[in-house]
Design a protein around this ligand. Structure first.
Ligand code: CA
Ligand code: CA
Ligand code: CA
Length: 188
């Protein structure tokens, strides 16, 4: 076969394959987690024209997704430096987990991203808290939290219906992270 013909066949095969991947991958998540138009714009650009971090408002809270990978402690510091009263996200109810999961899936843009959240058992081994706030609602993955050397929590790509599940990890790992602040302060 002429090499030109071979090239044409190769290109057509690649095109068909990429369409197949699209139909299996992110497209499916888009259907599961439909995004509003302004959110699509927002995720294309984490920061607006003025370089301000974009916050997604939901009920009494606002969330932002930071794509700079950091240790858990650096991430916590970065959140508080961003806005008064801001912290790594505390996911305190099923509806909040559903909303943060939906946004996290979109912010992950089809990749298997993991995000630091405000979970830690640094102070007392095995006593998991949102910084120092007790846990009531939980969404741990199967068998998590496991290793006692892992003192910080991430929201992972393990999914249970509409929910992202949580996992404990060593705090020095570098991950993207999610900050939360009260909607009240987001008006500032
Ligand atoms: Ca919260
Ligand atoms: Ca631990
Ligand atoms: Ca773990």
């Amino acid at each position: 076969m002429a090499s030109k013909q071979k090239r044409v066949i190769l290109v057509l095969t690649l095109l068909a394959f990429s369409e197949l991947i699209k139909s299996m991958g992110f497209g499916k998540f888009n259907k599961m987690f439909p995004l509003r138009e302004e959110e699509k714009k927002c995720f294309r650009r984490a920061k607006n024209e003025k370089g301000m971090q974009q916050w997604h408002r939901w009920n009494q809270s606002s969330y932002t997704f930071v794509h700079t990978k950091s240790t858990w402690e650096d991430a916590a510091n970065a959140c508080s430096a961003m806005s008064e009263g801001a912290h790594l996200v505390f996911i305190e109810s099923e509806p909040e987990n559903r909303e943060v999961s939906r946004l996290a899936k979109a912010a992950s843009e089809g990749k298997e991203e993991r995000w630091w959240i405000g979970l830690t058992d640094k102070v007392t081994e095995g006593s998991w808290k949102w910084y120092n706030v007790s846990l009531f609602y939980t969404s741990w993955g199967d068998g998590e939290p496991n290793n006692f050397h892992e003192d910080c929590g991430e929201l992972g790509y393990w999914w249970n219906n509409d929910f992202a599940l949580w996992n404990n990890e060593p705090c020095t790992r570098q991950k993207k992270f999610i900050c939360e602040k009260d909607s009240e302060t987001s008006l500032n």
